[in-house]
Design a protein around this ligand. Sequence first.
Ligand code: PGA
Length: 251
Amino acid sequence: MRKKIVAGNWKMNTTVTEGVALARAIVSKKNEVPEGVSLVVAPPFTHLTFVAAALKGTDIALSAQNCAYEPKGAFTGEVSAAMLKDAGCAYTILGHSERREYYGENSAKLVKKINLALDNGLKVIFCVGEKLAERKMGNHFEVVGAQISEVLFTLTPEQMKQIVIAYEPVWAIGTGVTATAEEAQEIHAFIRKTIAARFGEAIAEETTILYGGSCKPSNAKELFACPDIDGGLIGGASLNADDFLAIAKSY
Ligand code: PGA
């Protein structure tokens, strides 16, 4: 059985104080989450060591939202994969559409980042997803297929086992518009088939594929009921402990 994950992407929200309070609130009600559902939280860089302390002794995993594409040195403003591991991260998100859109993140950079993350013992939540115009033109399979092949197909099978994929249609992120369960399932199944074609059925069956984009307590149940949806990457709704936990309890 592949792992079910509900991950909170806090983006550029909360102060350290607020973030620690949010982490503590999640920890205090973690016992309500069904067994077999793993929680991950991804606060901003400045919060990581503090949130790591708040999560200590729990099985809630810490994630970063990004990492540098060079290992160390004169790269002002960047944070390396080694630093994230040292700060207590088990995961980093890579390739989020906001990084692709606003910070020029492309597949070449993502290949470098993903290798550094894996070399430093981090698992990766690798995000893919099409824009509205691409969906309207019916190009979403092609776009998502290319995002996967350009980066994930460069990995070894052993590396691929450390990857969680998050399908996040850009038109659904922060918009309140969610993909229907049917639309999401269709592309999740396509993603699994794409992974199977390169890495084989066994690895594809074990790969956790999350849905992201306006996932909330009211729609999580229907999405998570789909056979190829293994959880969610939650933005807005992860900033409220009760909403985040309600999503996790949708299983
Ligand atoms: P959202 O963000 O839940 O606020 O739409 C999801 C994401 O970007 O990871």
